[in-house]
Write a protein of this length. Sequence first.
Length: 246
Amino acid sequence: MKKQFLAVTMALLVLLSMTAMAATNRYDQQIQQAVSQKIQKAKQLQNVSSSVDDGIVTLTGAVSLYQDKLEAATKIKKIENVSGVRNDIVVAGQNVPDSQLQQKLAKRLAYDRVGYFDNAFNYIAVAVKDGVVTLTGDAYWDVSRADAIAIVASTPGVKAVVNGVKVLPTSYFDDSIRRRVSRAIYRDSELGRYAIDPAAPIRIVVDNGHVTLYGTVQNAMDKTIAGLRAGSVPGAFRVDNKLVVD
């Protein structure tokens, strides 16, 4: 009796599984048509091909920019009944030497948030290896991080992006420390000149009361003074002075 029950149960499970697969597979042709239409309408995706299996779309082929690869997947995910996208598109645009690409990206990222309140409160570093860009650092909020990724993705020569940028937690306490550290540093008679170039400020990163200073200063004395000014701010639990002397 028990064996018979188990046999019936297994049969039901197999039947349910086959029914689910059939329900998914019946949309594959419809999905394929929709995907093909999306690809044909996008000029940057003319060298991209697709296939569909159980609602999962696989994209292959080549594009010129990494951004095009990302946007291809975004477009396909919005199609009805698509359960997933396997993005195997290759970025086959121009090849740029790693050192040259790194310098270009560093400059673009430095000027990205100029004019916005969060400019001096972000620190994003960039490294390049065989066209693969790795971003690290801390962003004041998700907009800063998204902007950085968008800049990198749209730059010719970038083959892939590894995002290691952390979005700092929302904190009124940390915001208060940011403002006071900023005033303490930029109101100093020796350090005020670092506010002249908005793309190269002394960057103040605050994470749960822990202050880290980034950027480049002209001499060791300026680095020391900046650390002392930051450390004098009430509420700053610790100051990690990572300023580089040029």
